[in-house]
Design a protein around this ligand. Structure first.
Ligand code: NAD
Ligand code: UDP
Length: 339
């Protein structure tokens, strides 16, 4: 089985390729490297001892996408490629709509032309907006508070329309909660450019001495300690969900949506304390204003993924912290460390 992985050089894509190769899939990866480094591809080959083809192509380049589908007989596509920075999406909405929405449309057009009709798509819990209650079920109403989230909602709607238009399509929409951690080898991980937007890479950069202190965005939320609560999920657990989704779409047509989370909520301070406990690193922090657009609490009900896909997350918050730290401390400058 040959799987095309878009965004294969990125954080989640690179972990997914390891899992695919170790489970006997052939992989072809594409990425325009706008938010990643080709070094991740090299590391994945070293970790697995397996080879695969990588193309530095852009989803927006229809001609190159076509040439790839002419060259390979893909069985399915896992579509990770996209821009993902919430704040940047507010500044550059057209770039986000063009890249994420038009890029996905290009991909679907080429897939349709070559009759490749099995697709796994990376969506996000951000599509639930500010939920009225938790845990969050797939059936909850959706909304967007920023252009990034709106690209995910628009793409979800496009994929539903596509599937309703022709029953040959088989699509799994995976709504990720908060992926963190890294491969246990410590050789690949999250590699943000510039100041991290997300909590875990910020914590690891403080721990390794690259940043002075963590800024905690508000301690006056209605949560057990006042800081925001999220459903952190180990990236390796998350990518295993993609293999289960591939198995599912191989047997079923139509479109299905699945939450991928642990079902447990931890606060910013819970994460800081757990990180300090397992790494023996203290994390200096200060409490600052709430970040615009943040919500108090977000965690999943993942019963559907457990029942339908036979998938559930197994790794604990301690494992997520240990693995994120191993990657950071062994690669203080990310993929630039060994070059
Ligand atoms: P990432 O930025 O590390 O990976 C995305 C990859 O896509 C990057 O390598 C980037 O260079 C590539 N890319 C972007 N636009 C492209 C284009 N037009 N053509 C080809 N390649 C392109 O991000 P990630 O964390 O690995 O996220 C993967 C997917 O999961 C994204 O769609 C993201 O929105 C979604 N997601 C991520 C999170 C998270 O917290 N990391 C949460 C929910 C959803
Ligand atoms: N957060 C924080 N400081 C940071 C980054 C994040 O306090 O430097 C908080 C944020 O307010 C939220 C949680 O950490 O409560 C997770 O934020 P992240 O950006 O990682 O994920 P998301 O906002 O997408 O859930």
């Amino acid at each position: 089985m040959t799987v095309l992985v878009t965004g294969g050089a990125g954080y989640i894509g690179s972990h997914a390729i390891i899992e695919l190769l170790q489970n006997g899939y052939n992989v072809v990866a594409l990425d325009n490297l706008s938010n990643s480094d080709k070094e991740s591809i090299k590391k994945v080959k070293e970790i697995t001892g397996k080879n695969f083809s990588f193309y530095q192509y852009d989803l927006l380049d229809y001609g190159k996408m076509r040439s790839l589908f002419e060259k390979y007989n893909f069985d399915s596509v896992i579509h990770f490629a996209g821009l993902k920075a919430v704040g940047e999406s507010v500044e550059l909405p057209i770039d986000y709509y063009y890249n994420n929405v038009s890029g996905t449309i290009n991909l679907c057009r080429v897939m349709d032309e070559f009759e490749v009709t099995k697709l796994v798509f990376s969506s996000s819990a951000t599509v639930y907006g500010d939920p009225k209650t938790v845990p969050i079920y797939e059936t909850f109403p959706t909304s967007a508070t920023n252009p990034y989230g709106r690209t995910k909602l628009i793409i979800e709607e496009i994929l539903k329309d596509l599937s309703y238009s022709n029953m040959k399509w088989s699509i799994a929409i995976l709504r990720y909660f908060n992926p963190i951690g890294a491969h246990h080898s410590g050789r690949i991980g999250e590699n943000p450019k510039g100041e991290p937007n997300n909590l875990m890479p910020y914590i690891t950069q403080v721990a390794v001495g690259k940043r002075e202190k963590l800024k905690i965005f508000g301690n006056d939320y209605n949560t057990h300690d006042g800081t925001g609560v999220r459903d952190y999920i180990h990236v390796v657990d998350l990518v295993k969900g993609h293999l289960k989704a591939l198995e599912y779409i191989n047997k079923n047509t139509g479109v299905e949506i699945f939450n991928l989370g642990t079902g447990k909520g931890y606060s910013v301070l819970d994460l800081v304390k757990t990180f300090s406990k397992v790494t023996s690193k203290s994390i200096p922090y200060e409490i600052v204003e709430r970040r615009a657009g943040d919500i108090a609490v977000c965690y999943a009900n993942s019963d559907k993924a457990r029942e339908v896909l036979d998938w559930s997350a197994v790794k604990k918050l301690e494992d997520m912290c240990k693995d994120a730290w191993k990657w950071q401390v062994e690669n203080p400058n990310g993929y630039k460390s060994e070059q």
